[in-house]
Write a protein that binds this ligand. Structure first.
Ligand SMILES: [Zn+2]
Length: 354
C-alpha cells in the first residue's frame, strides 16, 4: 500500500469509527465542552472542529473547522499564522487532498492573519465582501496609510513578523455554496454582529453551523467593532437555521442552545443597561456596572458569558458599548477604567490599537 493510499485508508477508517458515535450524538443534545481543546474533533464524517485557546501566546487562538470534500479541503478560519501552520499539519495527517480554500469568518487577526500561510500551501482566502471593507477601515498599513492593526499586533506576536497580511481574494456579497453532491457548505452573511463583515458556514445536511465570532461559548465577546443591537437580530437569523451542532468562534462546541444563550446574554445586557444607566449621565452611570454584572451572573443560563474581574475582564467594554448604542453618548468615565483588561481582551482577537 503506497503512502497516499494508506493515509487515505486511515483517514477513512477514523471517519468510519467516528461515525457510529457521532450518529448517536447528532440525534440528541451534545454536552458542552466535550471536545478537548487543541485536538481535532471529528463531528461527522469528513467534518472536523478544532478548539483554539484564547491567549496572547497560543498558536491557534480562534476555533477552526474543516470539511474534506471529494477533491479538496475547505478550512473555516485562517487563525493566526502559527495557528494556520498547526491546522495545516493536522489536516495533512488526515488527508493529502489539497487545502484549497480558507474561509475568513471576519477580518480579525486571530481569524484572518494566517491567510498568507494558506496561500503558500496552495489555498485561496475566501470571505464576505464586508471583510474587505473592514480591512480597509482597520488595516491602514496594508492600504498605504499609517500603520494599522497588523503592525500593532506584530509587536506582540513573532509569527506575524515572518509573514504578511493577505486580504481574501475570492469574495461573495451574500452567500457562496460549495457542493460536490456529498457535502454542502453554505457561506452566508446573516447581518451585522461581532463586526460589520461576519459570515457563517452552514452545513444543511448535517445541521452543523460554524459561527465565527457571531457566537462564542464563554466570556469571549469582543463588541468594539460590531453592533450589539443588530447582533441580537443576526442571532435570530442564525437560530432559524435549526443547527444541531454549533461550532463557535471561541470556546467549546455545543448544540443550538448556545445561540439562544448568547442572544439571551445580549438581550439581558441591553435591558439592564437601558433600565439602570440610560437615564443616567455618563459620569454617574459607571457606578452601575458591578450591579449589572451581578444581575447577569445570577442567571445560570447566561453567567458563562460574563467576564470576571481581572486582566481578561470583557464586561466593562460591553456595558460601555451598549450604553453608547442606547444613548448615543460615550461612557467617558469607563473609557480609561480598565485599559489593561480592554487591551488584553481585544488582543486575544488580534486587535491591539483600540
Ligand atoms: Zn473576532
Amino acid at each position: 500500500m503506497c503512502d497516499l493510499s494508506r493515509r487515505e485508508f486511515l483517514a477513512g477508517g477514523t471517519a468510519f469509527l467516528g461515525l457510529a458515535a457521532e450518529t448517536e450524538l447528532l440525534g440528541g443534545p451534545i454536552p458542552p465542552g466535550m471536545a478537548e481543546a487543541g485536538a481535532a474533533d471529528l463531528i461527522a464524517p469528513d467534518i472536523y472542529f478544532h478548539e483554539g485557546h484564547v491567549s496572547d501566546t497560543a498558536d491557534a487562538v480562534c476555533n477552526n473547522g474543516w470539511i474534506i470534500f471529494e477533491d479538496y479541503v475547505l478550512v473555516v478560519d485562517a487563525n493566526f499564522p502559527a495557528g494556520a501552520r498547526l491546522i495545516i499539519s493536522k489536516i495533512r495527517s488526515l488527508t493529502d487532498k489539497p487545502i484549497r480554500f480558507a474561509f475568513d469568518t471576519h477580518h480579525h487577526g486571530d481569524h484572518a492573519y494566517g491567510n498568507q500561510v494558506f496561500v503558500e500551501n496552495g489555498g485561496v482566502p475566501v470571505a464576505y465582501t464586508g471583510v474587505i471593507e473592514e480591512m480597509q477601515r482597520y488595516e491602514t498599513g496594508y492600504y498605504g496609510n499609517k500603520p494599522g492593526r497588523w503592525e500593532e499586533a506584530a509587536k506582540g506576536r513573532a509569527d506575524l513578523r515572518t509573514t504578511r497580511l493577505k486580504p481574501p481574494s475570492v469574495l461573495f456579497s451574500k452567500d457562496l455554496i460549495f457542493d460536490d453532491g456529498k457535502h454542502r457548505v453554505e457561506l452566508m452573511h446573516l447581518g451585522v454582529a461581532h463586526t460589520h463583515g461576519d459570515a457563517v458556514a452552514w452545513l444543511p445536511k448535517e445541521k452543523i453551523l460554524f459561527t465565527g465570532d457571531v457566537c462564542v461559548n464563554g466570556p469571549y465577546n469582543y463588541v468594539g467593532d460590531g453592533d450589539v443591537g443588530q447582533w441580537v437580530a443576526t442571532l435570530d437569523a442564525a437560530r432559524q437555521l435549526g443547527a444541531k451542532v454549533v461550532c463557535t468562534g471561541h470556546g467549546p462546541r455545543s448544540d443550538g442552545t448556545v445561540l439562544d444563550d448568547q442572544q439571551a446574554f445580549f438581550k439581558a445586557l441591553r435591558e439592564q443597561v437601558g433600565r439602570h444607566m440610560a437615564e443616567t449621565a455618563p459620569d454617574q452611570a459607571k457606578a452601575q456596572v458591578e450591579s449589572i454584572r451581578a444581575a447577569l451572573e445570577a442567571d445560570a443560563r447566561i453567567a458563562r458569558f460574563v467576564g470576571e474581574r481581572g486582566a481578561d475582564d470583557s464586561f466593562p467594554p460591553q456595558v460601555e458599548k451598549v450604553y453608547e448604542e442606547l444613548t448615543g453618548k460615550k461612557l467617558t468615565a469607563l473609557v480609561d477604567e480598565p485599559p489593561l483588561a480592554r487591551r488584553a481582551h481585544a488582543r486575544s482577537h488580534g486587535i491591539v490599537s483600540v
